[in-house]
Design a binder for this molecule. Sequence first.
Ligand code: A3P
Length: 325
Amino acid sequence: NSSSGSGVEEELTNNDNIEELQLSSLPQEKLLDSISFYLYQGCWVPSTFLNGVIYFQKHFEARDTDIILASIPKSGTTWLKALIFTIVNRSRYALQESPLLASNPHELVPFLDNHYMKNQSSIDDLSSPRILNTHVPFALLPHSIVTSNSRIIYTCRNPLDQLVSYWHFLLALYPEQTTMKLLPLEKAFEMACQGVQIYGPFWEHLLGYWKASLEHPDKILFLKYEDLKEDVNFHVKRLADFLGCPFSVDEERRGVIEEISKFCSFDNLKNLEVNKLGKRPAGHGNSVFFRKGNVGDSQNYLTSSMEKRSIQFGPWPRASGTLRK
Ligand code: A3P
């Protein structure tokens, strides 16, 4: 299933570094002509990010004050970026002056896997505390993130909802290729069942952070999208406590927690002009990050045969603690 002629392979061929040359022999799987994944250190890294991930692993120096948001794509990263940014900067910006009114959350919280290699100085020069994002599994994090006093917030989501969300994301990004014919949901689903999905296997990603959060609860906060949906105010408070900037009694009395939750809500962010009309540097609209924002939407897309196979994904705890299947 390997393909040739990808940009990554061309870059690797031009690279004198023997270690990197060996990457061209990594297992590769293709989702679409333009989207393939390399199995790098046990993780299916998108080919377009591979060099960036390796560079980030080797060169990134964490600060003790860094806040690292980690996730599998489509697990609520945009929401958490907005929430963390707003909580941490609340004494700097009133909500009516928030940079989120003019910038998409992804502009304010840089994505390290891709951008550290391309624009290291813009990240090295950020003032502390830096809020940064990665999708790499815990085992692939740069050493300095693990050993420093930086904090990690991890968000995950029901794998079926995550998969359906990613599939829609691709439809939005590549409408010409990702017609139902070229990328049937069944194909993405089958590949995910084999662990081949963006930054998969899913459960290894999740469990890596879960186990680390149990061992180091002061360093890693493990969150579920569904839990935030159920009680966002509780989690806004929890995030502030974890990040060492708890809400004062006066802030609580003034309703600051509820205001932040409302400001970062799906409906509010989706309807901001910057997110309705603005574009990412890659050319697609900011609107692709705001689709439905619901729990359980995958049930509207799974066929009965996929439902049967989905047992492979295992049960997903509801926010209340009961199991979904
Ligand atoms: P759906 O495609 O199910 O609607 P990520 O930010 O990791 O890419 O995840 C995207 C998912 O989070 C999308 O899910 C998107 O609609 C949802 N989302 C984005 N902003 C949100 C918000 N403020 N509140 C809740 N969900 C949000």
